[in-house]
Design a protein around this ligand. Structure first.
Ligand SMILES: *Cc1c(COP(=O)(O)O)cnc(C)c1O
Length: 434
């Protein structure tokens, strides 16, 4: 059996359960493709992060990176668990507000925020604007002047780290579209401009070195560099950051060959590095903020599909088709992301074949899994793809006019629809006839 599935996830009927609910019942009740979140797993990961900070006695915030999975229910859930929110657009601010998240709990990220978005952020008193570039400093100053307002800001730095991951997920290296480069002095120029602005209150500095990172060393180097920058700037400008935000990017296991440490262990290493470096550099201990997205929602998500046709050609690995694909999870097509699946109606059955799991979209690249061991299967069987909770639904689309799937939360044997399935009518609602 797949090692991601625990034995208590198999019920007496021999079916896969999530949060105590039979996946076949879920498929029956809500239809497929269906995205299912195990709420207890989401909460537990948030609690693990919070515990690391408590155990190390440091002030902190767990800033949930909204983009990994955004829905009103997710905003409500993370809000109840005392998360802050990393938002990157007016739309995310709007949705978070609609879910009842206070503006002050939101941190506004992004490399090209519009004037209208900055105005919205100021109007709703967001917790901080994460300044990304010089244009934005000017734009925000102008917005603040016009609105006769003040706001907290942080400065996003690119510390010059090339983290151990694929090139799609690197953001902390010098050649990045995000943040102020430190090596060339742009970070320091930004600092001077911000300190000079009477309307901006600089509360901290930020870096985010990438995503799906397995090697803790990159985070330790980044943390050390951030403390060094802070200590330099304290000496030169008497600026003491209240917060060092080290971003997210903690890697999770998707397939057998992935061996990440636990997400909270990355954080423990970062916290200990910042503590020891701050003491060494005589820097008052800042609060440490983290921005996990994937590690909070990724392992909690499952995509359920119904198996339909198969294509078998002698000498060629079979294709087994499901009723979803790149429209509900574009990651395999976009960056060759890998997943594992189990047959939900019989996860214990012995594999007898290696197949490709193909989606139903008109793209040859719409292959969800390239090499999936499966038992004997038949049309109508339910396939559960594992660890799909991050960057799946949030990148979903209705290509080929396939409606986007429904999303369900399960906990303690109960399920709750949190995003209803898109209808055909939904898909043409923005259209105007000639
Ligand atoms: C995407 C992103 C995150 C979250 O990354 P994960 O890999 O999902 O943890 C955090 N911070 C910033 C600035 C990001 O762009």
């Amino acid at each position: 059996m797949n090692e991601q599935i625990s034995s208590n996830q198999i019920n007496s009927a021999g079916h896969l359960t999530i949060g105590g609910v039979d996946t076949l019942e879920l498929a029956q009740r809500y239809g497929t493709p269906l995205i299912v979140y195990d709420v207890a797993k989401i909460k537990s990961q948030i609690h693990h992060f919070q515990k690391v900070f408590r155990d190390n006695h440091v002030k902190s915030a767990v800033v949930y990176a909204t983009k990994a999975f955004e829905s009103l229910a997710m905003f409500q859930l993370a809000n109840k668990e005392h998360c802050h929110f990393d938002v990157v657009s007016g739309g995310e601010i709007y949705a978070a507000l609609a879910a009842g998240v206070p503006g002050k709990m939101m941190i506004f990220h992004g490399n090209n925020k519009s004037r209208a978005e900055l105005e919205m952020a100021v109007r709703h008193h967001l917790g901080a604007i994460m300044l990304d570039n010089f244009h934005e400093i000017d734009l925000l100053n102008s917005v603040l002047d016009q609105m006769n307002s003040k706001i907290n800001v942080m400065i996003r730095l690119t510390p010059g780290i090339t983290a151990e991951t694929n090139s799609y997920d690197q953001t902390g290296q010098v050649d990045s579209k995000f943040g102020f480069d430190v090596q060339s002095g742009q970070g320091e120029d930004a600092l001077k401009q911000v300190l000079h602005s009477p309307r901006m209150n600089l509360i901290g500095i930020h870096c985010h070195i990438g995503s799906q990172i397995f090697d803790v060393t990159g985070f330790e180097i980044a943390a050390k560099k951030m403390v060094k920058f802070a200590a330099d700037w304290k000496r030169k400008y008497n600026f003491v950051p209240k917060i060092i935000d080290v971003g997210g990017g903690f890697g999770i296991r998707y397939v057998k060959s992935d061996h990440p440490i636990a997400p909270e262990d990355f954080v423990d290493a970062i916290v200990k590095t910042i503590k020891s470096q701050a003491a060494k550099q005589h820097l008052p201990m800042p609060a440490i903020w983290i921005e996990p997205g994937r590690s909070i929602v990724g392992p909690a998500g499952y995509n359920l599909y119904t198996i339909g046709s198969s294509k078998r050609v002698p000498g060629i690995k079979p294709y087994v088709d499901v009723d979803g694909g790149m429209g509900d999870n574009i990651r395999p097509a976009l960056y060759h992301a890998k997943y594992e699946a189990v047959l939900a109606n019989d996860p214990n059955a012995k594999p007898v074949q290696n197949v490709r799991i193909a989606g139903k979209y008109c793209e040859s690249g719409d292959i969800m899994i390239q090499n999936q061991p499966l038992p004997k299967i038949k049309p109508g069987d339910i396939l559960a793809v594992l660890d799909t909770g991050a960057y799946g639904y949030s990148m979903a689309m209705d290509y080929n006019m396939n409606p986007r799937p429904a999303v369900v939360f399960v906990e303690n044997g109960k399920s709750k629809l949190v995003i209803r399935r898109e209808t055909y009518a939904d898909m043409i609602r923005l259209n105007q006839k000639l």
